[in-house]
Design a protein around this ligand. Sequence first.
Ligand code: SAH
Length: 407
Amino acid sequence: MRIFKKYQTPPAMPQLILESDKDHSVVRHHPWIFSGAVARLSGRARAGDTVEVVSSRGKLLAKAAWSPESQIRARVWSFDADEIIDDAFFKRCVAAAVARRVALPELHGQQGLRLIHAESDGLPGVIADCYGDTVVLALTSAGAEKWRNAIVGALSKATGCARIYERSDSDVRRLEGLEPRSGWLLGDGSAIVTIHENGVKLGIDIAGGHKTGFYLDQRDNRLLLGTLALGKRVLNCFCYTGGFSLQALTGGATQVISIDSSEPALVMARDNLALNPQLDATRAEWCNASVFDELRRLRELGERFDIIVLDPPKFAPSAKHAEQAARAYKDINLHGFKLLAPGGMLMTYSCSGGIGIDYFQKIVAGAALDAGRSTRIVKRLQGAADHPVALEFPEGEYLKGLLVQVD
Ligand code: SAH
């Protein structure tokens, strides 16, 4: 009897059968399978279980994580239908993501680094940022949730980190039917960590800060601001914990006024300035206000700036919010242009997935026109190299920016 049991064929894996004309996207290696593309599920699968993705003609296309509550009904782990999704798979994927960073000399020596950039690193729903020897992990999909232990083990092995903290508390988890979750997964201790970023010391609150605690994607752009700042008066809008402000001071700005509407962020920003005694703190001013109001107030006061940074939160999480978001982007860019001194520069960003670069450029152009400024793009800006964009996944290119000079 035993022998029979041993050689029984294993239960067949559940299969997600695609609608007849809906397999293009998977064939082109896009990792999201929307509910509208699913004809049916054959077999039983719980949230996060691995399913085989099969075309309407019966061709095996991929292995994916089933997510019954989400409009993104499945996220592909592998386009090799023979791939076995197990602990070893995550070990390989996590090690490969870390190796990709190691292969980029420009990232060497950075203490704050994104190690896993979700879909663009082949791991949908998995974000891992490291701050020194602490890794912060965010799991945002049912599939990622199911493989938490494997991912944690793989991260620990690939990085040798001392601590791993979970920050799976973003709103997108709700769309997957997942509760927020945070806390230590490996090690423990203080949730405030410090890193050096291009000559600046920064404290990061991995438990209470935004996202995993810091916006690592703007690292290169903060450095760029530093290179432009010598002798300049800078206005840093949506400053969070002062990353751009401190680079501007490092670069020799004569004054940096920083605005944010979050008091905890401003407290941390002041603390960060104090961590850098080499900087002249008398040149920094922090302002707790809404940028929308403060830009108007500064204009009424007749203020002028040589450089203005606009790095707002995500106004359009998806395309359906694009129109409303466009009005908000137009507003801040319009008032930003009005406040620039002749020859000044606007460093303006959108991190909205719902607004593409072409649309963003149109909005900024409209703002310049309405402000009566003659402008040119000096540089196009994007996320740092540890936030790569898989070519088959354009949604990964959420951060876009323009450096615009006015006459
Ligand atoms: N530039 C920052 C990241 C900005 S994140 C960096 O490099 O680290 C966006 C910031 O905008 C958050 O700190 C948030 O508190 C702030 N914010 C959101 N809405 C705002 C508003 N209307 N006025 C001012 N700040 C706002």
